[in-house]
Ligand binder design. Structure first.
Ligand SMILES: Nc1ncnc2c1ncn2[C@@H]1O[C@H](COP(=O)(O)OP(=O)(O)OP(=O)(O)O)[C@@H](O)[C@H]1O
Ligand code: SF4
Ligand SMILES: [Mg+2]
Length: 343
């Protein structure tokens, strides 16, 4: 197996809820991320999916040090980077860069594309000496498929897809090893999404990059990911290879998410049961006891309220194509309907 470049262990982010104006008192916490663990191999793409508010962006921000974890560890090549500060932290931050969702708001409209892409060199001048920056930025424009002569243009002179290419060029400026891409194509037209995804795939092999790729869209995640983690209410509830997650999901939440994905093949569609989830996602300030999914799960029993299910390979699936971690007391593959019942 490839070297593990990034490892996250029991990562927690609680945002305090306070009351009072002068004397602020903590009255609770938004449990945005509540014990997330996963590994990322060199050259690998780990997709992260889940409904809005489940904590995906908060995980991303902690990985690139935009947020400090409340608890847990983030190891980069075996070293816990949550404990680092000063120079050591700066050196590590260089290697883990982020590409943001919205190419419209994440680029400063008053800066030229050259200044936007070259800005990281102000913090890390050792990567590109001043006299060499223009050439480097033009090289990066070329790498992401933009004309190097556009270096003096402003963001509004580009289309959405081109702006995301600028965002990607900026993410690459410091030659990172890991890119955390938070919904990098969600704001783009469908026709442009594929181009940006293909660009990311090409850059991955060209620069030996490892990706954490966050998205709502399960089909896009499957297309680009080697492994996929499914999040619900601040936790990873199931994780495995794309085949394990998409063809052999054992967690009811994953099964429900997948049942809502449109299937182009009418025969495959006829074989599939649509699971409609009822109820809203509970508030992360007051999550249910036991299994976080139990208020919407059609398989829930008393044990689900009493006991938190751990993310582990279920005993019933210790071998075979469905053998992968699933945080469910009653993990099980959905049985396709019997052939005779379809006639
Ligand atoms: N700074 C903050 N203070 C308080 N609560 C926050 C803060 N940032 C995020 N949250 C809350 O934490 C939870 C997780 O938010 P997060 O942005 O990580 O979700 P997400 O999975 O990225 O959602 P989306 O798909 O909508 O981008 C949400 O309930 C959100 O309201
Ligand atoms: S542990 Fe219980 S509530 Fe949670 S997903 Fe499994 S069956 Fe559903
Ligand atoms: Mg988000």
């Amino acid at each position: 197996m490839a070297e593990t470049i990034l490892e996250v262990k029991d990562l927690v982010k609680h945002y305090p809820l306070t009351q009072g104006v002068l004397f602020k008192k903590q009255v609770g916490a938004v449990k945005a991320v509540d014990g997330v663990s996963f590994g990322l191999g060199r050259g690998e793409t780990l997709g992260i999916v889940g409904e809005s508010g489940c904590g995906k962006s908060t995980v991303a921000k902690m990985l690139v040090h935009l947020e400090r974890p409340t608890a847990g560890a983030i190891s980069y090549k075996g070293e816990d980077i949550t404990k680092l500060s000063g120079r050591a932290l700066k050196a590590v931050r260089r290697n883990i860069q982020m590409v943001f969702q919205d190419p419209y708001t994440s680029l400063n409209p008053r800066m030229t594309v050259g200044d936007i892409i070259g800005e990281p060199y102000d913090i890390h001048p050792e990567v590109a000496p001043k006299g060499d920056r223009r050439r480097r930025v033009q090289e990066l424009l070329d790498v992401v498929g933009l004309n190097p002569e556009y270096i003096n243009r402003y963001p509004h002179q580009f289309s959405g897809g081109q702006r995301q290419r600028i965002g990607i060029a900026r993410g690459l400026a410091l030659r990172p090893e890991v890119i955390v891409a938070d919904e990098p194509v969600s704001a783009l037209d469908v026709s442009v999404q594929a181009q940006v995804i293909n660009l990311l795939a090409r850059l991955q092999s060209e620069f030996d990059l490892s990706y954490v790729f966050i998205a709502h869209d399960l089909s896009i995640v499957r297309h680009i990911s080697d492994r996929v983690g499914v999040m619900y209410l601040g936790r990873v509830v199931e994780i495995g290879t794309d085949t394990q997650i998409y063809d052999h999901p054992t967690h009811p939440y994953t099964q429900a998410l997948l049942s809502a994905v449109p299937v182009p093949d009418p025969q495959a569609r006829a074989h599939r049961e649509r699971i409609i989830l009822t109820g809203d996602v509970p508030s992360p300030a007051d999550p249910p006891s036991g299994c976080p999914f139990r208020t919407r799960c059609w398989k829930a029993q008393q044990r689900c309220a009493d006991e938190v299910p751990l993310l582990a390979v279920p005993q019933a699936f210790s071998s075979g194509p469905a053998a992968h971690p699933s945080a469910c007391h009653f993990a099980g593959e959905i049985q396709p309907p019997r052939a005779d019942s379809l006639r």
